[in-house]
Design a protein around this ligand. Structure first.
Ligand code: ATP
Ligand code: MG
Length: 466
């Protein structure tokens, strides 16, 4: 049961909140001034505090500041009689979760409390002795951007609204999709991830919508598509930027009224699927290039959550490192408690092109090598040799320049086409070998879609026009 501390100098307010929140099953304690509040919190830390700003002796803002310095993770909702921007900003700056301007109705307060507690549950990092979480991995973050995302997850999870997740590779889109699902009403129904880039274009339509017997050569039996399989559940449509334009109209209809037809079928089928979509592509650019339908773009953009790249939220680096150290300590049965300050400093300066996924694998590798009780740059082979994008392309240029010189000496009418396609073939061949012929991993490694990779493997002629 969550404990809530209500702090107000008006005893009547404390009393009525105690009654209302008590009825909802919260364990409510009260305090009539800041000093009492700090004492109460010291006895048993509450899950959440609701506090008035104007109080005699120690006002709410000062109490907030003190409480947050003692218990940084404490959720505090402030109540203010005057909606002055200054007070609100100060309250948020001092770490308040949110504030309500009086008069407000009880429903507003209750929904804010529920949302705050849900955010806390989503964001609290696992502790050392926790053996895992059946609700999936936690989303770690304490940057303002991530806190906003936690709030948004809380706001959208329960409804059936379609959510679009956007952000660079490795920022946690799938993790967030799963968190939305775990906090939705459909949690006991299936969660079905479908990666549009991993399914060849000619198969995607029948995978998603199914087909009737004889719909095309080789369709020997009727097939139930993912949208039908997933009825009453949640579908995670990943990499929607790779969805062929030919299928987009059909998908739009599913989003609008849940209806579609199987490939080669006449019957209209109605499905009840909640869709969470994700992309790391620039949809605006795809839309301008007419590779993504305008109407679909607008339909999807209603509720979108943008996850900023890790380099724009250095505040999250420390907590993520700590979290991964705990996780891999457990996995590798090691006794590593933290990271050296120089490693953390270096990490914060780095630009993390692979975002949290990259940070995770650096820490994982470091943890395997680590022989001390803290992680240091030597364990992580840090700084990495890769360097920045700029220096990477300079390095590639240097690597290739000898080969280019040789080719130029050789000459020939088709030198450009021959050289480019030979290079591409070699690059794909070696990358496939490196990833043991796994196309999904190779495509990710090369930064191309799986369809493009397949084209390259099939050695289709270069798409480039002369
Ligand atoms: N905030 C976070 N807290 C904890 N782990 C995270 C966080 N963000 C990402 N991760 C971890 O990083 C890895 C990559 O995350 P995820 O697969 O969700 O990224 P993505 O945005 O879907 O990437 P892509 O676009 O490449 O598919 C996962 O192992 C995930 O658990
Ligand atoms: Mg993903």
């Amino acid at each position: 049961m969550d404990k809530i501390l209500v702090v107000d100098d008006e005893k009547g307010v404390c009393h009525s909140f105690k009654k209302i929140l008590g009825r909802l099953g919260y364990d409510v304690i009260t305090a009539n001034n800041g000093i009492e509040a700090i004492e109460q919190a010291g006895k048993d830390i509450p899950s959440l505090v609701v506090m008035d700003v104007s109080m005699p002796k120690m006002d709410g803002l000062e109490t907030l500041q003190r409480l947050k310095s003692l218990y940084p993770d404490l959720i505090v909702i402030m109540m203010t009689a005057h909606s002055t921007c200054d007070r609100a900003i100060t309250a948020m700056k001092y770490g308040a979760y949110d504030y309500l301007t009086k008069p407000f109705d009880n429903a507003q307060l209750i929904s804010l409390i529920e949302k705050a507690l849900m955010d806390k549950r989503i964001s609290t990092p696992v502790t050392f002795d926790e053996t895992g979480d059946e609700k999936g991995d936690r989303i770690i973050g304490r940057s303002p951007a991530m806190l906003e995302i936690f709030k948004k997850i809380g706001q959208v999870a329960e409804s059936d609204v379609t959510v679009l997740l956007r952000g660079e590779t490795g920022t946690g889109k799938e993790l967030i999709a799963r968190a939305i699902y775990h906090h939705s009403k459909r949690v006991n129904k299936p969660f079905l991830p479908v990666n549009c880039a991993a399914i060849p274009e000619n198969l995607l339509e029948s995978e998603l919508f199914g087909h009737e017997k004889g719909a095309f050569t080789g369709a020997d039996n009727k097939k139930i598509g993912k949208f039908e399989q997933c009825s009453t559940g949640t579908m995670f449509l990943d990499e929607i930027g790779d969805m062929p334009i030919s299928i987009q109209a059909k998908w739009l209809r599913v989003l609008q009224d849940g209806c579609f037809q199987r490939l080669g079928g006449k019957e209209t089928i109605k499905t009840d699927v909640r869709i969470i979509a994700a992309t790391n592509k620039n949809l605006e650019e795809l839309r301008d290039e007419k590779r993504f339908r305008d109407d679909l773009y607008w339909r999807l953009n209603v509720v979108s959550i943008y996850i900023p790249p890790l380099r724009e939220r250095p505040d999250d680096v420390d907590v993520l490192v700590q979290y991964f150290i705990k996780k891999f300590s457990r996995d590798f049965e090691k006794d590593v408690n933290g990271a050296s300050s120089d490693l953390l400093k270096e990490f914060k300066k780095y630009d993390w092109p692979g975002n949290v996924r990259e940070l995770q694998s650096i820490v994982q590798r470091g943890m395997l090598l680590c022989q001390k009780d803290f992680l240091s740059p030597e364990d992580c082979e840090w700084p990495p040799e890769k360097g920045t994008e700029d220096s990477k392309s300079r390095d590639i240029g240097k690597l290739l320049s000898d080969a280019v010189d040789e080719l130029l000496k050789k000459g020939g009418a088709n030198i450009y086409k021959e050289a480019v396609s030979a290079f591409e073939r070699l690059l794909v061949k070696h990358a496939m070998e490196l990833h043991k012929n796994n196309q999904v991993l190779t495509a990710k490694f090369l930064g191309i879609s799986r369809n493009t990779l397949r084209e390259k493997i099939d050695n289709k002629p270069n798409n480039q026009s002369d």
